[in-house]
Each structure stands twice: as C-alpha cells, then as structure tokens.
Design a binder for this molecule. Structure first.
Ligand SMILES: C[S@@+](CC[C@H](N)C(=O)[O-])C[C@H]1O[C@@H](n2cnc3c(N)ncnc32)[C@H](O)[C@@H]1O
Length: 372
C-alpha cells in the first residue's frame, strides 16, 4: 500500500474543524499548522477526503519539503522527489505556486524552475526529453514561506467549496466550507432547531441540512484525480457508495432560513433543490425582526451585512441594534454571528461569550458567540 502525506489547506481559524473531520474519517493528523492540516493516508484516503470533507480547500499530495534560498536549492529539492510514482509519460503537469516572506520572491521564476526540475526528473526516468502533456491533469503546486519550500500535487481540481449546488450567487455569498465551519463551531448536531435569518443564497442552511442528513458534500461533483488511474476511479466509486449508505434521510430536523430579499430566498430554494435538501428547510421572505424563531433550545447561525459590500456602516449598525433587541429575548437560543464590523458588540448591546477569528476571503471577521 502506498503511504502518502496528504495536506489540506483551509481558512485560518478553521483548522480544528478540519482536523476533527479528518480524524472522523479514520486518519491520524500528523501536523496542524496555521491554514493547513496534514495527515498520513493512502490512495483510498484521497477519494474519501475529497468526497467527504466539508471544510478545507483541496487535498494535496505532499511530495517534498526543504529549505530553498537559491534557485539551485529549489531545483534540487524538487528534482529529488519521486514524481514518476504519480506523473505518467502523458500527464499534463502545469505548475502554480506562491511565495511569502522568502528570498525567492518571483513566483513566475520559481514556477519555471519547479517545472524544469520535474521535467528533468521525469525525462531521466522515462528516457524522453519532450512531454506532450495530453493526458490526465496533475497540477504541481509549490508554496514558499520564509524560505521553506513545500511541493505538492493537487488531487481535487475545482476547490472543495464548489459543491456543485450553487449555480450562481447573490451578492456576498459565503464559501460553503466557511459556512460549515461556522456550523461546527455552534456544536449543533442536527438535534435542535436551527435558524439563519440572513440566509442570502442559502449557504448556511443548506450546509446545515447536508450535515444533519449526513449527505457527503462531494456527492454531486467530480475530482481531477478520478481520471488518474483505474484504481482511483474505483476508489471514488466506493467512497460515493459508502457515503450514500451512510445518509440519514429520515433523521428529524428543523431548519429555518429567511431573508428580506425575495430574489435571495428564491435563489436559496433553487440552490437547496440542487443540493437535494429543499424539503428539509423552511424558507421565508421576511425582515429579520419578523423571522420565525423558537422558544426551545436552538441555534441562530447567520452572516448579516457587514457594512463593507452590501450596506454602509451606519445602516449595519442600526441593523445590529435591532438584532440585539430581538435575539436577546430568546434566552434558550445560542447566537453565532459572523461579521467584520469591529463594533458589532457595541451595537448589538452585549459582549459575546466567546469570539473566533475567521477569514471570509481576505476579510478578517469574528464569529461572535452568545451561548444564550
Ligand atoms: C452577507 S449576505 C448573506 C449571504 C449568505 N450567507 C450567502 O451565503 O449567500 C446578508 C443578507 O442579509 C439580508 N438582509 C439585509 N437586511 C436584512 C434584514 N433586515 N432582514 C433580513 N435579511 C436582511 C440581505 O438581503 C443579504 O442576503
């Protein structure tokens, strides 16, 4: 069995959620660092991780890690990796990467060196000088951070947040992977009522329904490594079949999704239909102040306008004040609000019990957590 090191990059602040998911799949994590989790697995792990992970950006095979301050060091480090174990004679292997706080700061120059080193290694192994690159796609990815080079092969293709249910978004949609991380932080397990009163295109309630029904997020899409070998094709088929068997369509669930914008709610319903969870969510067009809530123990998990893209700061301040007035009447409900607005607590009228720093794209946000 080929032992592989697999690395999954993720949003800052969501590493614990991702590590927990990887362990739930039966793998030990070997490294949890800022923005990425690494674990040891095999070919089956590639299929299981891609099909089942709700958090994380993509699944990468870690090929090498070394210090590189010069192009020679970069070239040699890349050349030493066993590329022939993965990349066949016909494969396409474009190179992409990033460099942060490193001596080798030019990404295009590093890209070209990495490509040359892979070509050199494969050329020696296969006894050829020219690669047509007409076969399966095996994108090589490098990351240089403080002169530390890590080189990977991408197994995912389109990032994991592209579940395949959101054909198009409304303004400011949340990444599906971030929505799931927020749900995980609430510790909601599908057992209590759940509401998103700013549902927009429906990302949070759809992710909640997929989770509550144990529906694999990768069920409706394909991954680039499915086309690599017959073995992987079979492993993906098995992973999807196993995921289907584990679904719990009859589990009772109460999920409420509302938004003031009728077009957003229409789109959320369409997205939920595509995800196969529309019948598990109660949708409503209404202002947050009239949103249906519940008196039993439950959770509100929402991503209101921040005053950055959708509303100005003053209007969002007024909205947060109204949220405080409404939500604080419901003591049984835990409230989890994601915003980049730095004065959220002041306008909401209460300090959060806990805050978690999360990045929505490049935007630093906090998930304000009120346990009652
Ligand atoms: C940041 S977006 C939510 C995006 C959503 N999480 C998604 O993934 O598509 C904020 C949403 O709040 C809605 N909104 C603004 N004011 C509202 C109010 N007073 N009551 C209810 N919804 C409101 C907007 O229509 C918008 O869809």
């Amino acid at each position: 069995m080929t032992r592989l090191l697999l690395t999954v990059p993720t949003f800052f602040g969501t590493e614990a959620t991702l590590a927990h998911e990887i362990r739930s799949l039966g793998y030990e994590t070997s490294e949890v660092t800022d923005g990425r989790v690494t674990f040891e697995g095999d070919m089956e792990a590639i299929a299981l991780a891609n099909v089942n992970l709700r958090c994380g950006e993509r699944v990468l095979i870690k090929m090498a890690e070394f210090k590189a301050k010069t192009f020679e060091e970069l070239f040699e480090g890349v050349r030493k990796a066993p590329w022939e174990n993965f990349i066949g004679k016909n494969c396409a292997f474009p190179v992409k990467g990033s460099s942060v706080s490193s001596t080798l700061s030019s990404v295009p120059a590093c890209q070209s060196i990495v490509k040359k080193a892979v070509v050199k290694r494969l050329g020696e192994k296969y006894g050829i000088e020219f690669f047509e690159e007409t076969g399966p796609m095996m994108r090589v990815q490098f990351s240089l951070f403080k002169d530390n080079a890590v080189i990977y092969i991408d197994t995912t293709g389109e990032p994991l947040y592209k579940r395949g249910y959101r054909a198009k978004g409304v303004a400011a949609p949340l990444r599906e992977t971030l929505a799931y991380s927020m749900i995980d932080i609430t510790r909601w397990r599908g057992d209590r009522p759940f509401a998103d009163v700013f549902c927009g295109s429906g990302t949070i309630p759809i992710e909640a329904a997929l989770y509550a029904k144990n529906i694999a997020p990768g069920k409706k899409r394909t991954f680039v490594s499915e086309k690599w070998t017959e073995e992987l094709k079979g492993l993906y088929k098995d992973a999807r079949e196993e995921a289907l068997e584990n679904e719990t369509p009859d589990a009772p669930v109460r999920i409420y999704a509302s938004d003031i914008d009728p077009a957003a709610v229409k789109l959320a319903i369409e997205n939920a239909k595509r995800a196969g969870v529309e019948k598990f969510i109660n949708f409503k067009v209404c202002d947050m102040k009239d949103a249906p809530l519940f008196t039993d123990k439950g959770v509100i998990c929402s991503n209101p306008p921040y005053g950055e893209r959708l509303m100005d700061k003053k209007s969002s301040a007024i909205l947060y004040r109204k949220m405080g007035e409404k939500f604080q009447k419901f003591e049984n409900i835990g409230k989890y609000i994601l915003t980049s607005h730095e004065e959220f607590e002041k306008f909401y009228g209460k300090n959060a019990d806990k805050k978690r720093k999360l990045y929505n794209g490049m935007l630093k946000c906090y998930l304000y957590q009120y346990f009652k």
